[in-house]
Write a protein that binds this ligand. Structure first.
Ligand SMILES: [Cu+2]
Length: 475
C-alpha cells in the first residue's frame, strides 16, 4: 500500500471513531441529517460541487472498505458521518459507519450468520443481491424491521464465485436508503476461481460506482424523481474525485453499479481495453477484450486492467462515456513484476434449454408490471421448482428498466427492438438485465435451490419504490 493510501485509511479511521460518538448522539434526535449539519458549516463546504463539470479538484485516495467474514457478523444500518475525501465530514446513512459498508468475503461452503440492527428512524431490511438463499433470508420487504429492531440471518453459501452486494429492500423506502449510502459488496470465492491465479490481495479491488447529490453542507441528499434519481456527482467507493496508486501490473476490479438509476459506460482514457472475465453470477466461460462496457443499476462486472508497460508517474482515468465524468484516476506509482497472463478459458456454464413455459412481463409506466403495482402480501404468480422457463421482459417507455430477479440467475437469450442485440457483458449468469425503450429481452431461468416467495422488480429504485415489483412463489 502506498503512503497515500495509508494516510487515507488512517484519517478515515479517525473520522469513524468520531462517527461512533456522533451516531449515538444523533440516534436520540429525529431529523438525522439535519442534526449534524452545524458541524459541517465552513467556508469550503459548498464550493466543490457547484456544477456537474467541476474545476480540477485535488484527487482523494480511493477508499477501500475493510473485508469481513459473514460468520458472526453484526451489521447496523444507521446515520454516520464519513469523509468522502479531503477531510470534510458528510452525513450519510451507513452500514457499521462505513460507506460503502464492509466488504463481506466468504468461500463457497461457509455459513453466513449475520445480525442486522435497524438504527434508522424508518423500517428497513437487508437483501443480499445475487445470493441464492431461502426466502426467509432473502430480505423480502415483508420481513422489514422497525427502528431499533433486529433480524437474524442464517444461510449457507452454496453458489459459484461471484461479487454480489447487499442493500436495504423495505417496501417503498429502498431508493432513499440506498442513495443515502447503505450498500456493500459480498464476494464469494471458490476453488475453481482460485485455480486461475487471477490478480488477488492488493491487486483485487471492489469498485462501487454510483452518483450522488450533496446539499450545501456537503451531506448526501436524496430527492426522488419518479423517472429515476440522477445525482450530479460520481462517487467510487464513497470517494469524491478518487485516485488509486497502482503498480505496473494487472489488477482485478470487481465493479458494481450501485446507483439508483444511472447507467455507466465504462472506458479507460488511454483507450486500453478491459479484459472482461465475469458478470453478475461470476466468471464467464471465456474472457473477452472490450474497449467499453455498459453497466446498469445492480449489475456487476469482473474486469482485468493491465498497467504493465506504463511509466511511473503516468495516469489513466476510468471514465463514464455517457456523462463524460472522470470516475477514478489510476496513478502509476511503482514498478512491479507481473509475468502472468489472464486465462482465456475461465469456467463452464451449462446453457439452459428447452423452456417448459413462457411468461410475459410488461414493464409499464413507472410503477407497474403487467398492469399491477406491488402489494407486499399478494402473490402474483407461481413457478415450479426445477422447471426451465422463458421469461420475456418488454417495455414501451420510461426505460431504462434494469430488471432484477431474486432467487435464481438467468441467461440472456435475445433482445429485439431498441438496441436489438445481446451485448458481450450480458453473457454468463445474470440476475439483472437492462431493458431500454421499445425492447423485448428474453431470458431463460430455472429456480433450482429453494421453494418460497421471491421478487421480480425494476432496479431503478424509484420505479421499484413506486410499485414496479412483483411477488412470485416457487412451488
Ligand atoms: Cu423501471
Amino acid at each position: 500500500m502506498s503512503s497515500d493510501q495509508e494516510a487515507g485509511d488512517i484519517s478515515r479511521r479517525a473520522f469513524l471513531q468520531k462517527a461512533v460518538v456522533l451516531t449515538g448522539a444523533i440516534a436520540a434526535s429525529t431529523p438525522l441529517l439535519a442534526a449534524s449539519t452545524p458541524l459541517l458549516r465552513g467556508s469550503e463546504s459548498s464550493t466543490i460541487y457547484a456544477s456537474a463539470r467541476p474545476q480540477p479538484a485535488p484527487r482523494n485516495p480511493l477508499y477501500i472498505p475493510p473485508t469481513v467474514s459473514p460468520s458472526g457478523l453484526s451489521l447496523t444500518e444507521a446515520p454516520a458521518t464519513v469523509d468522502l475525501g479531503g477531510g470534510k465530514l458528510s452525513s450519510v446513512w451507513a452500514y457499521n459507519g462505513l460507506m460503502p459498508g464492509p466488504t463481506i468475503r466468504a468461500a463457497r461452503g461457509e455459513t453466513a450468520q449475520i445480525g442486522l440492527l435497524n438504527g434508522l428512524t424508518k423500517e428497513t431490511i437487508t437483501h443480499w443481491h445475487g445470493m441464492i438463499v431461502d426466502d426467509v433470508n432473502d430480505g423480502h420487504p415483508r420481513f422489514a424491521i422497525p427502528p431499533g429492531g433486529t433480524f437474524g440471518y442464517n444461510f449457507a453459501i452454496n453458489q459459484r464465485a461471484a461479487m454480489n452486494w447487499y442493500h436495504p429492500h423495505p417496501d417503498k423506502l429502498t431508493g432513499e436508503q440506498v442513495a443515502l449510502g447503505l450498500a456493500g459488496a459480498f464476494i464469494i470465492t471458490d476453488t475453481l476461481e482460485a485455480s486461475l491465479d487471477l490478480p488477488s490481495g492488493p491487486y483485487e479491488i471492489p469498485l462501487v460506482v454510483r452518483d450522488a447529490n450533496l446539499d450545501k453542507a456537503g451531506n448526501l441528499d436524496y430527492r426522488p424523481k419518479r423517472g429515476g434519481f440522477l445525482g450530479k456527482t460520481p462517487l467510487v467507493n464513497g470517494t469524491l474525485n478518487p485516485k488509486l496508486d497502482v503498480d505496473t501490473t494487472r489488477y482485478r476490479f470487481r465493479v458494481l453499479n450501485g446507483a439508483n438509476s444511472r447507467i455507466f459506460g465504462l472506458r479507460l482514457s488511454n483507450g486500453a481495453p478491459f479484459t472482461l472475465i465475469g458478470t453478475d453470477g461470476g466468471l464467464l466461460e471465456t474472457s473477452i477484450s472490450l474497449p467499453q462496457v455498459d453497466l446498469g443499476p445492480g449489475e456487476r462486472l469482473d474486469v482485468i486492467v493491465d498497467f504493465r508497460g506504463l511509466g511511473v508517474g503516468s495516469t489513466v482515468m476510468l471514465q463514464d462515456a455517457r456523462s463524460r465524468w472522470d470516475l477514478l484516476e489510476f496513478v502509476v506509482a511503482r514498478t512491479a513484476s507481473d509475468t502472468g497472463t489472464t486465462p482465456t478459458t475461465l469456467s463452464t456454464i451449462t446453457p439452459l434449454t428447452n423452456p417448459v413455459r413462457t411468461r410475459d412481463f410488461k414493464f409499464e409506466g413507472m410503477s407497474k408490471i403487467n398492469g399491477l403495482e406491488y402489494e407486499v402480501n399478494r402473490i402474483d404468480f407461481q413457478v415450479p421448482l426445477g422447471q426451465t422457463e422463458l421469461w420475456r421482459f418488454s417495455t414501451k417507455g420510461n426505460a431504462p428498466h434494469p430488471v432484477h430477479v431474486h432467487g435464481a440467475y438467468f441467461q440472456v437469450q435475445s433482445r429485439t427492438g431498441g438496441r436489438d442485440q445481446v451485448f458481450p457483458w450480458e453473457r454468463g449468469w445474470k440476475d439483472t438485465v437492462l431493458l431500454e425503450d421499445g425492447e423485448t429481452v428474453e431470458v431463460l431461468v430455472r429456480f433450482d435451490a429453494f421453494k418460497g416467495i421471491y421478487l421480480l422488480h425494476c432496479h431503478k429504485l424509484e420505479h421499484e419504490d413506486a410499485g414496479m415489483m412483483a411477488n412470485f412463489e416457487v412451488v
